[in-house]
Design a protein around this ligand. Structure first.
Ligand code: NAI
Length: 249
């Protein structure tokens, strides 16, 4: 497919999970894809890796300079880098709040701010933020994580309003639980990871976790030049968990 031919995409956190699936999906549909991750060397062609830390303006600035040098343009930014947090407000200390919000929320604002000068020069400029259904549902022991993704949802709407007249569309996807290394690490913090994994599968109306490829496909839909009238939306990719109330299997 050639839908993204001639366009350049940057995917933060693109070396693993949803980000990697998205980078591969966009490349398969014709985009040139820059992966910005802590270790940019781990990705394979046709993806091109750039080491960048979304908590560092200097690091991001250097990465976008290298992207511009390599490709001469940037059309699509996927703000995907994010980390998990498990706990109630009593269980996460101030340092953990600062660390998670700095990556999950400020990281997206920081990355977008540095990408916008390049995006404004694109005829098909778009940003897709990776939110979560944790922004929309009260999930147990996800106080900090849910707060971070609630902020991503609000940030998406605010950015969409700020940049629509500049020709930059901004949307987000809200995945349910996706089977990635992120979930594997999170499960290790539960006393019975096997039971917790079964509970996560059962929570989905579909009875299984979402796949990274399903989220990648939704991100590509929002990022596509053919979605020119879609801005300021949140697209749920969650196996029905947010809106459906089905009987337990
Ligand atoms: P993952 O852990 O498989 O991949 C995350 C990537 O982000 C890694 O390659 C990691 O190196 C990178 N990263 C972490 N900190 C970074 C930093 N400071 N700078 C640059 N890169 C950094 O995680 P997964 O599951 O693919 O998650 C991606 C996004 O999807 C996150 O924003 C997460 O909150 C969100 N999400 C995940 C869900 C899930 O169930 N897996 C559900 C809903 C949303």
């Amino acid at each position: 497919m050639s839908e993204f031919n001639g366009l350049v995409a940057a995917v933060t956190g693109g070396a693993s999970g949803i980000g990697l699936a998205t980078a591969i999906h966009l490349a398969e549909r014709g985009a040139e894809v820059a992966v910005l991750d802590l270790d940019g060397t781990s990705v394979e062609p046709p993806l091109i890796g750039f080491s960048a830390d979304v908590t560092s303006r200097t690091s991001l600035s250097q990465a976008f300079a290298r992207v511009e040098n390599q490709f001469g343009r940037l059309d699509i930014l996927i703000n995907n880098a994010g980390i998990s947090a498990v706990g109630t407000v009593e269980e996460n200390d101030d340092d953990e709040w600062s660390r998670v919000l700095d990556i999950n929320v400020v990281g997206m604002a920081r990355t977008s701010a540095l990408a916008l000068p390049l995006l404004r020069r694109s005829p098909a400029a778009t940003i897709v933020n990776v939110c979560s259904i944790a922004a929309l549902n009260g999930l147990p022991r996800r106080a900090l994580y849910g707060a971070s993704k609630g902020a991503v949802l609000a940030l998406t709407y605010a950015m969409a309003a700020d940049h629509v007249r500049e020709g930059v569309r901004v949307n987000c996807v809200s995945p349910g639980t996706v089977s990635t290394p992120f979930v594997d690490r999170m499960l290790r913090s539960f006393p019975d990871p096997v039971a917790e994994r079964a509970a996560l599968d059962a929570r989905q109306a579909t009875g299984r976790m979402v796949t990274p490829e399903e989220v990648a496909s939704a991100i590509a839909y929002l990022a596509s030049p053919s979605s020119g009238s879609t801005t300021g939306t949140a697209l749920e990719v969650d196996g029905g968990v947010h809106t459906l109330r089905v009987r337990p299997a």
